[in-house]
Design a protein around this ligand. Structure first.
Ligand SMILES: CC(C)(COP(=O)(O)OP(=O)(O)OC[C@H]1O[C@@H](n2cnc3c(N)ncnc32)[C@H](O)[C@@H]1OP(=O)(O)O)[C@@H](O)C(=O)NCCC(=O)NCCS
Length: 199
């Protein structure tokens, strides 16, 4: 039997931040890479829970929450919202001088101070975007498909005509999963891809 899928509930922020870290090294455990265990979640989880809680879904098994999918129907509106009321507090908490520039933490802090916006012609066709992460104990049993399908239905119902995502080329498992789920590559960079599909 698969995990139970339901909306995220307030109070579950920390467990989702932990899942983000435990899958944050191209799908593998990144907790050895970061000195600050909350940093990845502050970028890739927190603002989605704050600004789009109805598009935040979790997978729950007998041991608790073990995976999530997060998305927003309108990436440009989300970026503007983050600029207004998510990044300022984080920038104050994590000054650029906090970590060495070439460290994993330092790279995320740079992103907080200098987020890279989605490309205009990608967001025009595929205005929604998403993140999905499952702990190893949930992987490979159809829960990723069920979580993603649930999210996509919600994004389509919110009026988004298409959705995109970023994935590291080192994470070939995820790339294969996304292809299987109907995504194709729309941008190729040195070590990452943007994949997208219509809704
Ligand atoms: C990537 C991830 C979300 C996939 O979820 P999952 O639960 O393992 O995948 P599922 O078992 O639901 O697979 C769904 C379908 O994709 C297929 N699939 C999965 N991985 C595949 C791959 N590498 N190549 C081809 N097909 C693949 C499955 O066979 C299945 O096909 P079917 O439903 O038609 O039979 C999950 O493994 C994960 O969270 N990994 C760690 C974190 C991560 O890498 N997140 C993505 C960051 S960009």
């Amino acid at each position: 039997m698969g995990a139970k899928i339901r909306n995220y509930r307030p109070g579950e922020e920390r467990v989702l931040y932990d899942i983000c870290l435990l899958t944050g090294d191209s799908g593998a455990d990144a907790s050895g890479l970061y000195r600050d265990p909350l940093l990845l979640g502050e970028v890739y989880v927190g603002p989605y829970l704050r600004f789009a809680p109805s598009h935040a879904w979790v997978g729950v098994d007998a041991r608790g929450v073990a995976g999530y999918v997060l998305g927003v129907p309108d990436t440009l509106a989300f970026e503007a919202e983050c600029e207004r009321s998510w990044w300022p507090a984080l920038r104050a908490r994590y000054p650029l001088s906090r970590y060495p520039a070439d460290s994993a933490d330092g790279r995320i802090v740079r992103l907080i101070h200098n987020p890279s916006p989605a490309e205009p012609d990608v967001v025009e066709r595929y205005p929604a975007h998403l993140h999905i992460d499952l702990l190893p104990r949930l992987q490979g049993q159809g829960d990723g498909r069920r979580l993603l399908t649930t999210l996509l239905a919600g994004l389509a119902a919110a009026g988004a005509p298409g959705v995109h995502l970023g994935v590291s080329t080192a994470n070939q498992r995820a790339v294969g999963f996304y292809r299987r789920m109907g995504f194709t590559e729309v941008r190729t960079y040195a070590d990452s891809l943007v994949m997208a599909r219509q809704l």
